[in-house]
Design a protein around this ligand. Structure first.
Ligand SMILES: Cc1cc2nc3c(=O)[nH]c(=O)nc-3n(C[C@H](O)[C@H](O)[C@H](O)COP(=O)(O)OP(=O)(O)OC[C@H]3O[C@@H](n4cnc5c(N)ncnc54)[C@H](O)[C@@H]3O)c2cc1C
Length: 323
């Protein structure tokens, strides 16, 4: 029985931890306050919450489709029905495009996969060292841990900083450029809009989702998550902290203008900038495993820009480890 440490509780970390835990002891660490990574759920109170990061899952491969179907049967996930509009000139409704979401929030998959695993949140891994066939880990709170085997699932830039000197494979020199995204979550007065989501054909605003339409709670308000386009966010992300109000206002103005929803007072708004949102240029390999030092890496950016990519990468890594 090996003693594994997994860093990251997003889909990649949760999937590999779950697979490994069948025959090994596994501890997981994440710098965040809870599970899910970029499939995150922001709760304001009992009647208000937002998926930010992953909005919905549309499986492309048969294996992932089967995995999601299993979770739908177990009542972890469900279909997100309703009217989804592509708001270009034709205002086309998007049909036959399955949209699967968590029953309570889009971090439900990670929660389900990690339910029997020891997870340590608020633990940011700062430094790794490999000595005498063991991994020595130092966290930002000063804690130190030792493990035989280490799996990293961080976004590419963070992985590079932590582990570059230990990885003898050319993928670490790849130019992985993760796009940014600026997300604004707003609470407004209830309107008559019966639309669940909009895709926009706009330079700034990419997508808006009405959280109420996911039917997780009853709210007396309308809750919208607005996501920028990648192009616009790539230009704005480095100064988003200083320009939060300005950037939020711009996205909100575009939202009212493009949807035609009557402009009302925004009762509450939250701005979240994702510096590393997703990678649209997959690498040649799906994961990395070096058995000579027991170091593994899996993450969405190996495979593509969606949550499914993280799941595929983790499954690929598991096959390499047990080979
Ligand atoms: C705005 C946005 C919208 C998206 N929309 C969709 C969508 O609608 N559908 C879809 O399928 N996908 C979507 N995605 C992509 C999807 O969220 C990701 O592909 C997926 O969540 C990536 O999972 P992961 O486990 O590979 O990485 P992450 O989810 O990023 O997990 C990595 C984890 O590692 C932790 N971590 C990193 N560094 C350290 C460290 N040093 N120490 C400790 N912990 C660390 C992080 O806190 C994080 O929890 C979206 C992403 C964003 C940002």
């Amino acid at each position: 029985m090996s003693n594994f440490c997994v860093i990251g509780s997003g889909i990649s970390g949760a999937t590999i931890a779950n697979l490994l835990s069948k025959k090994n002891s596994v501890d997981l660490f994440d710098k965040a306050r809870g599970p899910g990574g970029r499939a995150s759920f922001k709760r304001l109170d009992e009647t208000k919450g937002f998926d930010h990061g992953t909005q919905y899952i549309s499986p492309k491969t048969l294996a992932f489709k089967r995995f999601l179907e299993k979770l739908i049967k177990k009542k972890v996930l469900k279909n997100w029905r309703g009217k989804h509009l592509f708001l270009n000139k034709s205002k086309k409704e998007i049909k036959n495009h399955k949209k699967i979401i968590g029953r309570k929030g889009n971090n439900d998959i990670s929660k389900y996969l990690l339910k029997n695993i020891k997870c340590n949140y608020f633990h940011e891994l700062k430094k790794i060292d490999y000595k005498q066939k063991k991994w020595f880990l130092t966290f930002s709170n000063g804690e130190k841990k030792i493990y035989n085997k280490l799996i990293l699932t961080c976004p590419f830039e963070q992985l590079n900083k932590l582990s570059k000197k230990f990885i003898k494979n050319s993928f670490i020199k790849s130019r992985v450029k993760m796009d940014a995204n600026i997300t604004v979550m707003i609470v407004i007065k209830k309107t008559k809009s019966n639309i669940s989501s909009y895709f926009f054909d706009d330079q700034i605003l990419g997508w808006a989702a009405k959280e109420n339409s996911k039917k997780r709670f009853k709210s007396n308000f309308d809750l919208w998550t607005l996501q920028s386009t990648y192009n616009w966010a790539n230009k704005k992300i480095n100064k988003n902290k200083e320009n939060k109000d300005l950037n939020s206002q711009l996205l909100i103005n575009h939202f009212f203008k493009l949807t035609g929803i009557k402009k009302t007072k925004v009762l509450h708004s939250l701005n979240h900038g994702w510096k590393y949102s997703s990678n649209s240029n997959p690498l040649k390999m799906k994961s990395f495993w070096d058995p000579s030092i027991n170091l593994g890496v899996c993450a969405d950016w190996f495979v593509g820009p969606r949550l499914e990519a993280g799941w595929l990468s983790a499954n690929d890594l598991y096959k390499k480890i047990i080979k």
